[in-house]
Design a protein around this ligand. Structure first.
Ligand SMILES: *Cc1c(COP(=O)(O)O)cnc(C)c1O
Length: 392
């Protein structure tokens, strides 16, 4: 057998693949593991969504190939949600909305749509690994924009060298942000749109956490910025707001040229999302308020347990306003990897080392709040016992 393609050889195994293996091994050996690793909602998918899936699964028409672009009624439900939630009223469901097999699929494939060998994308560091992985598998290279605490984990767009900006194809942004939990305001998005327009770059905004927010913060959409649709697309997901990670459904909205390019690529690669899943997701998109309010109340309570605990141990941390992650520096004497190792060995608590999200994530760790309150409290108790008071 000859060797497999360089694009696969050169890309690192997905961040969580290694972590999941270690956790599985330790569990098999009988360890009482508390995983604050991968961010995967533990709460169930709401009943009205499950009921719709069950009903639609019985409809013969749904047993056939769906369109890879998505059913028109799903795309219209996304457009209607944008109108109600963001006041973005002019989205055309026919040309400016595309269903995705989870937004991860669309994010990876958008890179394939735009990037040729030698092209550059601007990606946040630390960042969701799919921006870099997708760019590199498509043959491009990444210019990493550091997300630094002193800038509120926003990239400094003015620090990007003009010759890099001039060549760049895509600008990836993600607010509310994974892994840092940072949020942005409309003013930042406005500057990002102006930057993209000035440099003729497609701005790709990943808004997977737009509905996971606390303390009155409301996340904006990039499409609220006047003229954004000329240069931007936004990726949304049903995974996080509706506890549907296993169902695989999301969407891309915005610039029609970018959406049509994605649809053309997808029509050659996949055959879309099971229609029953699309019908079920419509139920969530039509009445998201109650589901989201319940979820966010749970995550906020968990956030308080973890952040309060870390503060008692000596961390100087703010309470994140969004996402279900806590991003925190590792104590003095550790780096990201050694701290993750120490916690795992001494407390059986799994966190994600920050350097897994890029070199500017070194010195941090990420803890996910997708574990029930009593287990989080137990994780905090174990950490207090193992660490005592920490210094930085
Ligand atoms: C979870 C997540 C996604 C993808 O979610 P899907 O389940 O593929 O829709 C995209 N971006 C970020 C930043 C995420 O954390």
């Amino acid at each position: 057998m000859k060797s497999f393609a360089m694009r696969v050889q050169n890309v690192a195994p997905y961040l969580f693949a290694g972590i999941e293996k270690r956790v599985a091994d330790a569990k098999a050996a009988g360890a009482d593991i508390i995983s604050l690793g991968i961010g995967d909602p533990d709460l169930p998918t709401p009943q009205l969504i499950i009921d719709e899936l069950c009903a639609q699964a019985k409809v013969t028409a749904n047993h056939q190939y769906p369109s890879s672009l998505g059913m028109h009624c799903f795309r219209q439900a996304v457009a209607d949600y944008y109108a109600r939630r963001f006041g973005v009223t002019e989205l055309d469901a026919s040309t400016e909305v595309c269903a995705l097999i989870g937004s991860k699929e669309g994010i990876a494939n958008m890179n394939y749509c735009w990037v040729d060998a030698g092209d550059i994308n601007l990606i946040p560091d630390p960042g969701y690994p799919v921006y870099a992985g997708g760019t590199e598998m498509a043959g491009g290279s990444c210019y990493r924009m550091p997300l630094l605490a002193e800038n509120g984990f926003l990239p400094d767009l003015d620090a990007i060298p003009p010759e890099v900006a001039a060549r760049a194809k895509l600008l990836w942004l993600n607010y509310p942000n994974n892994p840092t939990g940072a949020v942005c305001d409309l003013d930042f998005l406005e500057r990002a749109v102006a930057f993209a327009r000035r440099n003729d770059i497609l701005l790709c905004h990943d808004s997977a956490y737009a509905e996971i927010t606390y303390d009155g913060y409301v996340a904006p959409s990039i499409l609220q910025i006047p003229g954004a649709k000329e240069i931007a697309v936004e990726f949304g997901s049903c995974s996080k707001p509706f506890n549907m990670t296993g169902w695989r459904i999301g969407y891309a909205v915005g610039n029609a040229v970018a959406i049509q390019a994605l649809a053309r690529l997808k029509s050659n690669l996949d055959s879309g999302v099971f229609q029953a899943v699309q019908y079920a997701a419509i139920k969530g998109l039509q009445q998201p308020e109650r589901i989201i309010a319940d979820n966010c109340a749970r995550y906020a309570a968990r956030r308080n347990i973890l952040v309060d605990g870390l503060r008692r141990m000596g961390w100087r941390l703010e309470y994140p306003k969004a996402t279900f992650y806590v991003w925190a520096p590792v104590p003095k004497g550790f780096n990201s990897a050694s701290f993750a190792e120490f916690l795992f060995d001494r407390t059986q608590v799994v966190i994600t080392p920050g350097n897994g999200y890029g070199r500017y994530g070194e010195g941090y760790f990420r803890a996910a709040l997708t574990t029930e309150e009593s287990r989080l409290a137990e994780a905090v108790a174990r950490m207090e016992q193992a660490l005592g008071q920490v210094e930085f």
